[in-house]
Design a protein around this ligand. Structure first.
Ligand code: EPU
Length: 417
């Protein structure tokens, strides 16, 4: 199992290019199942979750042609509708195959993902939404078994705005009979991106990116060409790394419009930021930033996927701050590891009270999930001495070459096989 060896080495400086967004690419790959002709997707990030999604598509019978960051998927020869536990347990995003399989092939057999390190992560909204579209779903031996001769449009109101839930129902509705209206839908940028793809495939969609999405289903959809947008979470992770190390970085191939809440927090903490259409520069002027109060919320609020990284920034910032996690009930596993590095963090329920410290010390630590791992890498880059981070496979699920990118900014980071 790979480990990372990180030696604190002062400020990060330089430029890096941001990859395509994992969480935008996953629904796009699942949507390939809806088309009667091939889908070509560019700017696909080289991360493990994408490898897993492509393996799953292959297992279902799709023909995959991958050339660098461009992937072509032909769903013309699908012969299976089963997403097995062995793949789903490594990537919960595989639940996104449920809606498309059911809508296009009339049945689906998708393993229940189960809980994970950040919480119980139920999928009841996905199931109830598809039931409202006329599907029969039951749980059998750990699998969601779904059937429907033709889905029909419906009104479905989410109790909580689920990102993959909204995506699953949008994809199913695109091949359903009549209009579907989703209320209290998630508003993350990935939803708007999926709507652009489904529209290019022939669906009619209004309101994606707002809380009410209307989808007019079509009898069939075609393939299309689609470019995955920049990864807002990778962007925020590098901004946090620059802030924690008192560095100065420029991020290219990104989109600042998806990160307004995060950029405002960084500015309020005393860091200098500038941005254009596809770049962001953060300059800390070699100074410590002020601690930032953070409360995670659905988009456009502060993303839960950046909470761990900003916890690391706060652990090294000037002053005290609270970090409140409102999306997942157990997303504080990095706190105990940061404390091993000398961070002063007191956990009270879903609130972390962080007292910024002048420095942290390197220590052996354990990565517990994807974003927690990124938080530990950031703390390690800013700490004195050496940190080894175990279970790096979590990091590889969602960051493309993060060790090489950080090394190109001057970080001392080495992978041990
Ligand atoms: N929820 C339910 N019932 C459901 C679905 C969700 O109660 O049927 C609850 C969840 O327990 C949670 C809240 O709704 O409290 C939001 O969860 P959501 O369904 O939006 O999360 P997700 O769709 O499973 C996606 C991302 C996550 C990201 C969350 C929140 C993908 C593949 N995953 O997950 O990304 O944290 O939205 O923004 O898009 C990551 O990349 O590290 C990651 C975990």
């Amino acid at each position: 199992m790979d480990r990372l060896l990180v030696t604190g080495n002062g400020p990060l400086a330089g430029e890096v290019a941001i990859a395509g967004a994992k969480n935008a690419a996953l629904p796009v790959l699942a949507a390939a199942l809806l088309g009667s002709t091939p889908l070509t997707v560019s700017n696909v990030p080289a991360v493990r979750d994408i490898d897993t999604a492509l393996r799953l598509l292959e297992l279902l019978g799709c023909r995959i042609d991958r050339d660098g960051s461009t992937v072509q998927i032909d769903a013309g020869s699908v012969h299976s509708v089963r997403a097995p536990y062995e793949l789903v347990k490594t990537m919960r995003g595989a639940i996104l195959f449920l809606g498309p399989l059911l809508a296009r092939f009339g049945s689906a057999d998708v393993s229940l993902p189960g809980g994970c390190a950040i919480g119980s992560r139920p999928v009841n909204e996905h199931i109830e939404g598809l039931r409202a579209m006329g599907a029969e779903l039951r749980i059998d031996s750990g699998y969601i078994k779904a059937k429907a001769s033709r889905l029909r449009g419906c009104h479905y109101a989410f109790d909580v705005p689920s990102v993959t839930g909204t995506e699953n129902l949008m994809m199913a509705a695109a091949l359903a009979d009549g209009e579907t209206v989703l209320e209290n839908a998630a508003m993350e940028p990935e939803i708007g991106d999926l709507a652009r793809l489904l529209t290019a495939m022939g669906a009619r969609i209004q309101g994606a990116g707002s809380s009410v999405v209307r989808i007019e289903g079509r009898p069939s959809l075609t393939g299309a060409r689609h470019r995955v947008p920049p990864d807002r979470i990778e962007t925020g992770t590098f901004l946090a790394a620059a802030a924690a190390t008192r560095g100065s970085v420029t991020l290219r191939n990104t989109d600042p419009s998806f990160l307004q809440h995060v950029l405002a927090k960084l500015q309020a903490s005393g860091l200098e930021l500038s941005w254009g259409e596809d770049w962001i520069t953060l300059d800390s002027g070699g100074r410590r930033c002020r601690a930032m109060h953070i409360s995670t919320a659905p988009y456009p609020g502060f993303p839960t996927d950046l909470q761990a990284q900003f916890m690391a920034v706060n652990a090294l910032a000037e002053g005290n701050a609270t970090v409140v996690e409102n999306i997942f009930e157990n997303r504080f596993m990095h706190v105990a590891e940061l404390k091993r590095m000398g961070a002063a963090i007191d956990l009270q329920g879903n609130t972390a009270i962080v007292q910024g410290r002048e420095g942290l010390q390197g220590a052996p630590v354990m990565a517990t999930d994807l974003r927690a791992s990124a938080g530990l890498v950031i703390a390690a880059l800013a700490a004195d001495g050496e940190t080894t981070i175990d279970r790096v496979y979590h990091l590889d699920r969602g960051y493309a070459g993060i060790d090489d990118k950080l090394a190109s900014l001057g970080g001392m980071i080495r992978r041990i096989h």
